[in-house]
Design a protein around this ligand. Structure first.
Ligand SMILES: [Zn+2]
Length: 73
């Protein structure tokens, strides 16, 4: 009989389906959502995420579609 040790913490109830990698990705995505990006039109750092995949520059009002959670990379 092997002693199968399971870590049951506050996040333990989510089990292995939501591992540390996923949690790190969520943190990463949230950071990107709140970040401001460079406008491809006027090159000012004024681009904010408007909706999923929609980004808008508040300087020149240029609105464009990009990735859902970040502009580049
Ligand atoms: Zn702009």
């Amino acid at each position: 009989m092997a002693a199968g040790t399971k870590k049951i913490g506050s996040a333990g109830r989510y089990g292995v389906r939501y591992g540390a990698t996923i949690k790190q990705k969520v943190v990463d995505i949230e950071k990107k959502q709140k970040a401001t990006y460079e406008c491809p039109s006027c090159h000012k750092i004024t681009v904010k995420r408007l909706a999923k995949g929609i980004w808008k520059c508040y300087k020149c009002s240029h609105t464009f579609a990009a990735k859902a959670f970040s502009v580049g990379e």
